[in-house]
Design a protein around this ligand. Structure first.
Ligand SMILES: Cc1cc2nc3c(=O)[nH]c(=O)nc-3n(C[C@H](O)[C@H](O)[C@H](O)COP(=O)(O)O)c2cc1C
Length: 302
């Protein structure tokens, strides 16, 4: 039985990764399990300079999900390189840095620094709904996505994955911008813009008023978008959005995702990603699947 996947040139021992912003830089989770069991770790969104993020409250629960408006709080790339990367490198897993910026120049500068680090790939976050200026401005048009992708492609010497927002009319068109800009892969979905109101105070629960919805509530939308993107582009897809177990992961892979990522599920149970790897293996045994990549895109439409 072979769970290995080559994703955008990154050799992963299995197709399971953890979503940016839901796993920090791995320290807390390393108390529960060996991070080397994961196909890859995707870091918290990291920017050129440190960012303090939005005011609290920044998260709240919703039916089958949660809203967050963290606003890309992070210590900046220099701190990451000195403190978090050496820690992550102790584990036998691949390291993908989620990169965020508020202008094309900032993304380019950041990626020049990332070139010099011992990391395996970069996931460009063009899709955060929680910062006023910045990534959303690039992420929701074909031209915007293509421009920033090609500018980064010119300087970045690592595998390039571009992460999409679902807050658009045609996800397939945006994914085409990623492919035409020269990226190696596309990942989707980021959170859906939402809002929750406290009826007693009549105020939104989040200090930022709105936030990004994630968790099982968004899974059917994410599966549909992965399917549509798989029909529109040839580059491989990393699927995410509400994955809680192996069955969910297989659903994304059948829809067309070559790898998958676990986000909010890490908050419900820190072992979610590990259990998902085990359940994928059980599925492979049950259906006599020799190579996990053989099921990618194998949904049989009605
Ligand atoms: C608390 C929190 C913080 C997040 N921070 C980031 C981030 O820094 N960069 C990014 O690209 N996505 C970020 N995301 C989005 C996730 O990576 C993922 O795309 C989304 O939550 C959907 O997956 P899920 O339903 O499994 O959580 C964040 C999500 C949550 C819940």
């Amino acid at each position: 039985m072979n769970t290995k996947v080559n994703f955008a040139g990154i050799e992963m021992k299995n197709p399971v990764t953890v979503c940016s912003g839901t796993f920090g830089y791995g320290r807390e989770f390393s108390q529960f399990f060996d991070l080397g069991k994961l196909g890859a770790v995707i870091t918290k969104g990291t920017s050129l300079k440190p960012k303090s993020g939005n005011k609290p409250p920044r998260i709240c629960e919703t039916a089958s999900g949660m809203l967050n408006s963290i606003g890309l709080q992070n210590p900046g790339v220099e701190y990451f390189a000195q403190n978090d990367l050496p820690f992550l490198r102790k584990f036998d897993t691949k390291i993908i840095v989620n990169a965020c910026g508020s202008s094309v120049d900032e993304y380019v500068e950041l990626c020049k620094i990332l070139n010099s680090l011992d990391i395996d790939g970069v996931e460009l976050n063009l899709s955060c709904p929680n910062v006023k200026e910045g990534c959303m401005a690039f992420g929701n048009t074909y031209e915007g996505v293509k421009n920033v992708t090609s500018a980064v492609r010119k300087v970045l010497e690592k595998p390039l994955i571009v992460k999409l927002t679902p807050n658009v009319t045609s996800i397939a068109e945006i994914a085409k911008g990623v492919e035409d800009g020269g990226a190696d892969a596309v990942s989707l979905i980021n959170t859906l813009l939402g809002m929750k109101i406290d009826v007693n105070t009549r105020k939104p629960v989040l200090a930022n008023n709105t936030g990004g919805l994630s968790g099982p509530a968004i899974k059917p939308i994410a599966v549909r978008m992965v399917y549509q993107v798989s029909k529109a582009v040839k580059i491989p897809i990393m699927g995410m959005g509400g994955i809680m177990n192996g069955e969910d992961a297989i659903e994304f892979m059948l829809a067309g995702a070559k790898t998958i990522s676990i986000g909010a599920g890490n908050f419900v149970d820190p072992y979610t990603s590990i259990k998902t790897i085990e359940e994928i293996e059980e599925y492979m045994k049950k259906y006599n699947i020799e190579n996990i990549v053989d099921i990618v895109g194998k949904v049989e439409m009605n």
